[in-house]
Design a protein around this ligand. Structure first.
Ligand code: S3P
Length: 434
């Protein structure tokens, strides 16, 4: 079990950082390439435990995948045909692997069982079971919370009109992936817009998913199947959710100047930029011309003394993975930062509301816990502390950044979880601070 030791730094941060590939986009690139007909080359793929779990599951489903060099996967798609696997499919810590593949597997004429690690085995699967059962698949999970193992008996499905009860790109994507195999049109109504990578990336594989706003400005997606996807070459952009840790560190330290090239700037993911701007940081996005489905850009952050803000409502889905590090930004900012409408944080890799409340309090911050978020009185000096990671990569990394601002030594326990999304984090941390 690894631990991470952090010491207070007072110098401004100056860095030009190369980011790892986007996690959400890497999962989807592998899955869409596996469904497509022909050989796709995915470059910039995030070789983290989560995304490698998706690769391993696809291989067990009969997809040949070559790995000629780091970050490059060549995927021999079988045009929508998969083989019945022997044994269970291990999604490890990855909710995205389990939920997206549940959609794909619901449309296959065989039975599969998806399993995960302790954290994933406690996460709710009813949210994917409901729509996929309504489409005609048979799904089974354990207990009243419908936790993994998740068994799926797929088969001939029919289209549905589904109103998502929560804003979830994983659930939306599971339904879209199932719909690709079904004759007819499935519609999905989203309560608020959330990351739209599946929809955009389908076009790279010559598929389609249309989105429109109805008269009441609600987001409706429609997918008409069956669709034949075609192989392509796909370049995965840098992950803005990984950039977020460095963005907050730089934004909160006056005199810092940090720049990220080739980062994904899909508008459903750039909420962190808007929040940090509201907190007073000088941040700009320079879009790059691209013919790819996913927008790319350079982000530059110039540091200042941050001010508190409120993060709530429709904005939450856009910053859902950045909320732990934004809670750290709140602790470093002057005034009050309120995060509300974020009850989804309680069902992530750990209960991220409770984890951040406990850890920020251990560092001396004044934090109130709410059912749907937290309220932080920022600006007081933080003290070094020994903090659990709760086995959650984003908690570990957010608290590591807090450790750079805290007086004395901070130790984050059990940081091997960081490998699920950012294997090079520790290495980047030493170059960021030197
Ligand atoms: C993801 C969607 C989000 C996010 C997760 C990745 C995705 O989860 O928190 O890290 O790739 O679709 P939800 O769909 O549960 O909101």
């Amino acid at each position: 079990m690894n631990h991470l030791h952090l010491h207070h730094t007072s110098a401004p941060f100056h860095a030009q950082l190369r980011l790892p590939g986007d996690k959400s986009i890497s999962h989807r690139a592998a899955i869409l390439a596996a469904i497509a007909e022909g050989t796709s080359t995915i470059s910039g793929f995030l070789e983290s435990e989560d995304c490698l779990a998706t690769i391993a599951v696809l291989q067990k489903l009969g997809i040949t995948i070559e790995h000629p060099e780091h970050g490059v996967f060549v995927i021999l798609g079988r045009g929508g045909f998969f083989s019945e696997p022997s044994g269970t499919l291990d999604c490890k810590n990855s909710g995205t692997t389990m939920r997206l593949l549940a959609g794909l597997l619901a449309a296959q004429p065989f039975s599969t069982t998806l399993i995960g690690d302790d954290s994933l085995s406690n996460r709710p699967m009813r949210r994917v079971m409901e729509p996929l059962s309504a489409m005609g698949a048979m799904l089974h999970a354990t207990g009243i919370k419908a936790n993994p193992p998740l068994t799926i008996q797929g088969g001939r499905l029919h289209p549905i009109d589904y109103k998502l009860p929560m804003s979830s790109a994983q659930v939306k994507s599971a339904i879209i992936l199932a719909s690709l195999f079904i004759p007819g049109t499935t519609t999905i109504m989203e309560p608020t817009a959330c990351r739209d990578h599946t929809e955009r990336m389908l076009t790279s594989f010559q598929g389609s998913c249309f989105s429109l706003l109805d008269q009441e400005e609600r987001h409706i997606l429609s997918v008409t199947g069956p669709q034949k996807l075609r192989a392509c070459s796909f370049q995965v952009p840098g992950d803005i959710s990984s950039a977020a840790f460095w963005m907050v560190a730089a934004a909160a330290r006056r005199g810092s100047h940090v720049c990220f090239d080739n980062v994904g700037v899909n508008p459903t993911r750039t909420g962190i930029v808007e929040v940090l701007k509201r907190m007073g940081a000088d941040i700009s996005i320079q879009p790059h011309p691209t013919t790819q489905a996913e927008p790319l850009g350079t982000i530059t952050v110039i540091g200042t003394t941050l001010q508190g803000t409120i993060i709530q409502g429709e904005e939450i889905a856009n910053v859902i993975d950045e909320l732990p590090i934004l809670a750290v930004a709140g602790a470093l900012a002057h005034g009050t930062t309120i995060i509300k409408d974020a009850q989804e944080l309680r069902v992530k890799e750990t209960d991220r509301i409770s984890a951040m409340v406990t850890n920020l309090r251990a560092m001396g911050a004044t934090v109130a816990e709410r059912d749907d978020g937290l309220e932080i009185q920022g600006g007081a000096p933080l003290n070094g502390a020994t903090l659990p990671s709760y086995g959650d990569h984003r908690i570990a990394m957010a608290c590591a950044i807090a450790g750079l601002f805290a007086y004395g030594e901070t130790m984050i326990e059990n940081t091997s979880c960081i490998k699920t999304s950012y294997p090079d984090f520790e290495e980047m941390l030493s170059s960021f601070t030197s």
